[in-house]
Design a protein around this ligand. Structure first.
Ligand code: C3B
Length: 833
């Protein structure tokens, strides 16, 4: 309708502030109330954007009530509580999730209908909150959903970045990055807490008092202000908090809060104190990142300690020894490692505890999750920078290291020879650094990996010598995903079929129940329903692709998707080489032969780190191949290649339900877990993949006959790399043919040689093919041929699809979080009555 129509509708509905409205008419009144009285926009306008804000404010009313009640309940019961510290959260959109978890979806849909809108149209208005880069951030967001759903007293802490992860624009030259101003218009989901403010110090010096105690003084102090984001659980009133810290800048130019994905330089320009440090641009960027990390750790720990003291009311003496029985802190990767020396500092310098007591408390409070074995992701900070920025923390780290050596010398003399690797401080005179992972392993009570294979590799390789010191410190917690966002809300068609066949919707918070679908996998009735749900999702996806790329794709072709950050170890390059080979073969076929092939639509999406040249070349190659293939009338009804721009959480919610095959094809041993693999399997998508990360467990759960496996295994990789380097490797002719075809200029004149050279052995321009694309290519192509054959038997394919969903129960983040709660945090549910 027109603007006037909408105003007319609004005039017929009384604006009433009734925050806890349940029936559609009352909700419509409350939405109308916000349309009139919320200060963000003129009430004489009710376009989709205003309707979104008014709807969100109305939902927020409901959230705030539960959020307050939850805080009061935890305060009264005073249970042990978990604090999840993460530099990244990928929350995506909140509206669908909030009305779904509050169980008011239908009422809101009805209310909006009365106001002239469809709920889906309104939810589309929301910008994604992308305060992270990829898997680790999305995992943190899934964990928040599960913590609330399990009614666990558990909160997230993070940073309120002013700009989110960049927006990816595709231009003639490939990926371009645009700033993502997610707060431009204001976020309805946060509650500014001007009552929760802590001072954060940087630089300065350490003062030694006559009694020997030490105090960090001078430097600069800025304020951390809390913004709380309510996190509703599903089928519980518990509504937890994600507390995001913002810097209350004293200087206009202090911009701590740009999310820095390879854009360190631009952020650093805005940062005056970095210039005082007189280092170069990259160093400035690194300093900014270290400041952000410390800001998160210090604000969160001050907040935790304040709450601990508040809840001890009645007792006149603070019992510090009880701290670990009230507080569990989980470090999401090494990014919040400074929590360790910060907790030590607060306990000793501010609260007056001795070293031993402070150390015991710190150790019993903090646990660490490792998310990668890639050397470039294992953080090392320059000791010089650290001494400048955090002098007191460096003293504490030195002391932890000294005591650690002493302990090894007296209890594990056989490890003396390994000490230089085990130490926290690497005192290499060229470039002395602090090894953050070592600080975590030495200080935390528990260290865990994120899939069984990854945890095994941590124990056998990265941390093998520490295992000899602390046998029971190391655990596995296989990742998971929330079935609310990743099935119930993003794939309503499939969800209602599942509910119908299981005769219950309990699977939404007991995902193991999906296993009961197995008995119906052969039913032609279920198969027909299953296929029609898949087709509906494929049509929605095709519509989306047309909208964002202008290319129309055929919903009857096999939809083959790879979406994740672009990285050489994830091997999008192998995927596109396979597509190039497929295209060349199609060109060589007669029209009759072509008709016998399985038509495919290959979709690849993901962002490349702004300064990662080879990743950007891969993006460019995918879009160049697409430009040729999609406009080739001879073959384009048998093959399309799409680069899906600006991949993010909301795009994933459209792509995953519409997928039939997805690629999880990293070099074995390199992908710690992967989590999109779980989302695809849950939505009935088959996987082609290597024995890497959580693929191993997914294949076990859904059955090996339902998984297209190929490639070297993790234990073979070191030997294969050596052989590749020594020139003992004989490339498969198909691999050579695909590369040659690109080199011949079939996809334009862009210089792909630097990229293709990375796939050669060490001679000439070759850079060793570290990721073993050449070695795995033939078995990858064979597996792809098995996929094409399997897709021809639609009954069998659909059965495999049903079995994928049926076998995905283990990968609920409810299971993962239940295990963290029991085996690491030792916390219990604290459910609102
Ligand atoms: C990722 C890993 O690369 C994934 O395999 C894993 O599934 C997720 O973490 C979640 O555990 N990861 C990331 O996104 N960022 C890092 N810095 C390190 C790992």
């Amino acid at each position: 309708g027109s603007t006037t129509d909408r105003i007319t509708i609004l005039e017929k509905i009384p604006p009433v502030a009734n925050p806890l409205a349940k029936d559609p008419a009352a909700i419509a009144s409350n939405i109308n109330y916000h349309a009139h009285y919320s200060p963000h926009f003129s009430p004489y306008k009710f376009e989709p954007e205003q309707a979104f804000y008014a709807t969100a404010e109305s939902v927020r009313d409901q959230l705030i009530k539960q959020w307050n009640d939850t805080y009061c309940h935890y305060h009264k019961v005073n249970p042990k509580q978990t604090y999840y510290l993460s530099m990244e959260y990928l929350q995506g959109r909140a509206l669908t999730n909030a009305v779904g978890n509050l169980d008011v979806q239908d009422a809101y849909a009805d209310a909006l209908k009365q106001l002239g809108y469809a709920l889906e149209e309104i939810t589309e208005q929301e910008k994604d909150a992308a305060l992270g880069n990829g898997g680790i951030g999305r995992l943190a967001s899934c964990f928040l959903d599960s913590m609330a759903t399990l009614s666990l007293p558990a909160w997230g802490y993070g940073l309120r970045y002013r700009y989110g992860l960049f927006k990816q624009l595709m231009t003639k030259t490939g990926q371009e990055e645009i700033a993502e101003d997610w707060l431009e218009k204001f976020s309805p989901w946060e509650i500014p807490r001007h009552d929760v403010v802590f001072p954060i110090r940087f630089f300065g010096q350490v003062e030694v008092n006559p009694n020997g105690s030490r105090k960090w003084i001078g430097g600069e102090v800025i304020q951390a202000v809390a913004y709380d984001v309510p996190i509703p659980g599903y089928k519980t009133k518990n509504t937890n908090s994600l507390r995001l810290w913002e810097a209350k800048a004293r200087a206009e130019d202090f911009n701590l809060f740009e999310f820095n994905d390879g854009k360190y330089e631009s952020a650093a320009l805005l940062h005056s104190r970095a210039q005082q440090a007189k280092s170069n641009a990259t160093e400035d960027g690194k300093l900014l990142r270290l400041e952000q990390q410390y800001f998160l750790c210090s604000a969160s720990l001050q907040d935790i300690i304040t709450r601990f003291k508040e809840r001890l009311d009645g007792k006149d003496k603070i019992m510090w020894s009880e701290f670990p029985s009230k507080v569990a802190v989980q470090l999401n990767d090494t990014h919040p490692t400074l929590s360790i020396p910060e907790l030590m500092r607060l306990l000793m310098d501010d609260e007056g505890l001795g070293w031993d007591e402070a150390w015991d408390i710190t150790n019993r409070t903090i646990a660490y999750t490792n998310h990668t074995v890639l050397p470039e992701a294992l953080e090392k900070w320059s000791q010089t920078v650290m001494w400048k920025l955090l002098p007191r923390h460096m003293e504490i780290i030195e002391e932890i290291d000294k005591r650690f050596i002493k302990m090894i010398q007296s209890t594990k003399p056989e490890l003396e020879g390994k000490i230089s690797d085990l130490l926290i401080l690497d005192n290499n005179p060229q470039k002395p650094v602090v090894r953050m992972a070592n600080l975590c392993v030495v200080s935390a009570h528990t260290v865990n990996g994120v899939a069984q294979l990854h945890s095994d590799i941590l124990k056998a390789e990265l941390f093998s010598d520490y295992v000899k010191v602390w046998r029971t410190k190391f655990q596995n917690k296989t990742n998971g995903i929330t079935p609310r966002r990743w099935l119930k809300f993003c794939n309503p068609e499939l969800s209602s079929i599942i509910t119908k066949w299981l005769k219950t919707d309990q699977w939404v918070n007991n995902l193991d129940l999906l296993v009961n679908l197995r008995q119906f996998a052969d039913s032609s009735v279920l198969q027909a329903e299953w296929e029609s749900a898949k087709l509906a999702s494929k049509q929605r996806l095709a519509h989306y692709v047309l909208q964002v790329t202008g290319v129309s794709i055929d919903p009857n072709s096999l939809f083959d998707i790879q979406i994740k950050r672009i990285h050489e170890y994830k091997r999008q390059l192998m995927n596109i080489l396979g597509a190039v080979y497929r295209y060349k073969k199609l060109k060589e076929m007669s029209p009759e032969e072509r008709k016998k092939t399985t038509p495919r639509t290959i979709m690849i999406g993901g962002k490349a780190f702004a300064t990662y040249t080879n990743a950007k070349r891969i993006v460019k190659l995918v879009s160049d191949v697409g430009a040729v293939v999609n406009t080739d009338p001879e073959v384009n009804s048998f093959l399309k290649v799409i680069f899906v721009p600006n991949y993010n959480v909301s795009v994933a919610e459209v792509l995953i339900p519409g997928s039939e095959l997805s690629q999880h094809i990293s070099t074995a041993g390199m992908e710690a877990s992967g989590t999109s693999n779980m989302k695809f399997a849950l939505n009935g998508c088959l996987i082609i993949g290597t024995l890497d990360g959580a693929n191993v467990e997914i294949r076990e759960e859904i059955g090996q006959e339902n998984f297209f496996l190929f490639g070297a295994t993790a234990d073979e990789v070191p030997r294969l790399r050596k052989e590749r380097e020594q020139g003992l490797f004989k490339p498969d002719p198909r691999f050579e043919e695909a590369k040659q075809f690109i080199k011949s200029g079939a996809f334009g004149s862009y210089d792909y040689n630097p990229l293709l050279d990375s796939l050669e052995g060490n001679s000439g321009f070759g850079r060793g093919d570290y990721f073993l694309v050449g070695y795995d290519f033939p078995s990858y192509m064979d597996a792809q041929a098995r996929v094409d054959e399997a897709y021809k038997d639609r009954k069998k394919w659909t059965k495999m699809s049903i079995l994928s969903t049926a076998g995905s129960g283990k990968f609920s983040s409810d299971r993962t979080i239940g295990q963290y709660a029991k085996e690491i945090w030792k916390i219990d549910e604290c459910r609102l009555p």
